[in-house]
Design a protein around this ligand. Sequence first.
Ligand code: PEP
Length: 250
Amino acid sequence: MRRKVIAGNWKMNMLPNEAINFIQQLEPLVKDTKNEVILCVPFTDLFYALLHVQGTNIKIGAQNMHWEEKGAFTGEVSAQMLKSIGTEYVIIGHSERRQYFAETDETVNKKVKSALSVGLKPIICIGETLDQRESGKTESIVTNQIEKALEGIESKNLENIIIAYEPIWAIGTGKTATKEEANETIAQIRKKISELYGQNEADGVIIQYGGSVKSSNAKELFEMSDIDGGLVGGASLKADEFAKIVNYDK
Ligand code: PEP
């Protein structure tokens, strides 16, 4: 059976002292969960967060990286830099990065390859706009995104990859996909992975739902057959609310 993975995406929020307080509050609340707990924090919080999660079951991720190893890319951070301080995960291709920072399926693919090459685990975000959903294009959009994101990636890497299905119209809007909509689209993504890599691989890959997940809807979403947990934005900024989402099964 696949594990459930609950990841917080703090976006551009939380100063280091706030990050440390958050981790101190969260730790006792989630220490007994069997679900995997990840916090994806701003670059400036990474080092503090990594120090303060030592000896806990909380893992730390970044929210972006560059695909090049090093060089004249002012303002960028490489996969190796993240890995060197102990970062375990990195979000790649979040819709806000695609929308505001011109990320494409091609740059997502380069970043995924670069992350895997140093042992950093990518959380790959894909999802459709409202227009695309309303015109019946959801399946073709998300399967195309995942095919491009995984181009040239060997099946042995799938166990180190998380996919987050995040309908763009549900991110930060308070609108959640219904559990049936989310499960159906995630099943379509899984089917695409089975076509690319085989059924066994597809059955093992972790695919989260993201988009206005909160403690009041986490249980119904995460209990669906194909939904392996969530990527949580706004509701990951309060330790008690995030802990309730992690502990949705208690
Ligand atoms: C996200 O940032 O990935 C996200 C899903 O945000 P929210 O939960 O606030 O919709």
